[in-house]
Design a protein around this ligand. Sequence first.
Ligand SMILES: [Zn+2]
Length: 425
Amino acid sequence: MPLISDPTWVATLALSALLLANSLVRWWLAGRQMRHIARHADQVPADFADSVGLPEHRKAARYAMSKLRLSLLDIALDAVVLLGWTLLGGLDALNQALMQWLDPGLSQQMVLVVAFMLIGGLIHLPLGWYETFRIEQQFGFNRSTLALWLSDLLKGLVLGLVLGVPILWVVLSLMTAGGDVWWLWAWAALVAYQWFVMWIAPNVIMPLFNRFTPLQDEALKARVSALMARAGFTAKGFFVMDGSRRSAHSNAFFTGFGASKRVVFFDTLLQQLDEGEMEAVLAHELGHFKHRHVLKMMLRGFVATLLGLAALGWLSGQTWFYTGLGVTPMLGTEGANQGLALILFMLVLPLPMFFLNPMRSTLSRRQEFEADAYAAQHARRADLRTALLKLYRDNASTLTPDPWYVAFYYSHPPAGQRLARLADA
Ligand SMILES: [Zn+2]
C-alpha cells in the first residue's frame, strides 16, 4: 500500500486545520481578555467600590496579565509539541526506537505510552515551575518550596505509575483481545476504575500530599452540622487541610459518597472567613450535591468516555489515522498499534473538544448560580455575599473579564454577575 494515499492527506489536512483553528481561537481569546482587563485596570467597577480598593484591583489585573502571558506561551508550546509528535515524526521515531529492544506487542506499546507521558510531563515542567515560583510567588500566593514542589512531583509520578500502569495494561489488553466491541469492555473497566480512584482518594491519595487534622472549632462544627442536618446530610467528620503549605489560595470541600460526608476546610479559608461566611460557602457546596451536579458531571463524563472509546475503536482500525498523523502502523501485527492509537487519540481529541468549551462552561456557570441560590436559602444571603467578595478579592480574581473569554473558560460566573444575582433575589 502506498504510504501517501488520499485519506492520509485528508487526515493530515484535517489535523493541520484543526490545530490552526484551535490555536488561533485560543490566542484571540487570551488577547481579548488582556485588552479588556487592561482597559478597566484603573477603575474599580461601581458595584465593588466599597469593598475593593484600587491597589487591589490593579494587582488583580497584573496577576491576570501574568497568567495570560504564560498561557500564550502554552498555546505556542502545545502547537509545537503536537506537530513534533505527529507530522514531524517524533512519535514514530520513539516507537521505532523502542522496537529496537522490544518485540512489537503489548509490552512495547505499554512502554511507548508511559514514555510518551513522561516526555510530555517533562516538556511542560518549566511552565509549571514558572507559574508557581515566578507568578504565584510574585503575587504573594506561593507558599511552596522547591523541595516540596520536587517531592510533590516525585510522589505524583510514583502515584501515576502505580495507578496508571495497571489500567493502561487492562485497556491495551482489551484493545488487543476484546474483539470488535473492545471499547465497550474498556469503558466498563474505566468506569469501575474511576469509582475505585474516587473511593480511595480521601484516605489513600490525598493524605500523601496534605495533612488532615480534626477541626477544633466546636462552634463552627455545631453550626455546620446543623446546616447539614437541615439539608439532609450527615457529617462524617470535620477536618482542616494544610493548604497553606503550598498556596494562599483557599477552598472548602466535601468528600464521600451518599448522604454522609467528610467536611474539609483549607486552613487558609478558616483564616479568611468568619463562621457565618464559612457556613454560607459550605451551603453552596451542599447545593451542588442537592442538585446532583456532581453525579450529573460524572454521568456526563461516562457518556463522553463511551463516545470517545467508540470513536477510538473505529479510528484505531483505519490506516490513514496513523499515516495521516505521521506514524507508520504495523496493522498486521497483533497488539502492535494499540498504544500508538491511544496516544494519537489523546493528542488530537483536545483540538475539537475545545470548541465544546462554551457549552460546558455555560452549564457549569448555571450550576454555580443554582448552588448560590441554594446557599442563599439555607444560610444567610448576606454571609454568602461577603464570603464571595472576600474570596474574589483575596484570590485576586479579575472583576472585569472579557465576555467571550468568560463564555469559553469560566466555570464560575464573574463576581459581578454572581453578586448581582444574589442581590436581585
Ligand atoms: Zn460551586
